[in-house]
Design a protein. Structure first.
Length: 153
């Protein structure tokens, strides 16, 4: 089978999957589809885990730093090349711990911000819809923009 034939089959299979996704007559993704959905409580759990990892890693990541640096210096002063390599490993480990700490803090902070921002957006939309009040749709069910846009200025 040539590349073009295989590529054509894969594209056709993907198109069929896309066409059948969400075919339940309701808006949004069908249950079990490839869309990624996370509930607020799951986001809270992820943020809490990142915060816990941050707090635990900060102390434990530096646990052996002093002893390792002392051992590296001692080996190096005794003429062992392993000492310099060991010192370099300790420095690299410290950089990696800092990077992971920053990532955990970023995850935790971003999820907190996202949750608060989403709540604020939902409240704003709810307020705007209350201001608009009921709007009579036209015969085809569409609402004219002229009836809505005057409330969102």
């Amino acid at each position: 089978m040539s590349f073009e034939e295989e590529w054509g089959e894969l594209k056709a299979a993907a198109a069929m999957r896309l066409n059948s996704a969400g075919g339940s007559g309701r808006s949004g993704a069908a249950k079990g589809s490839a869309d990624y959905v996370v509930a607020d409580d799951e986001l809270g759990d992820i943020g809490h885990a990142a915060f816990g990892l941050f707090n635990g890693l900060e102390a434990t990541g530096k646990h052996a730093k002093a002893a390792s640096e002392t051992a590296g210096r001692s080996l190096k002063s005794d003429g062992f090349e392993t000492g310099a390599a060991f010192t370099e490993v300790v420095e690299t480990w410290g950089k990696q711990v800092k990077t992971l700490l920053q990532a955990c803090a970023h995850i935790s902070n971003h999820l907190d911000y996202t949750k608060a921002s989403r709540k604020a957006d939902d409240e704003w939309i709810e307020t705007q819809l209350r201001l608009v009040g009921p709007v009579a749709p036209e015969a085809d069910g569409a609402v004219p923009a002229s009836q809505i846009s005057k409330y969102f200025q």
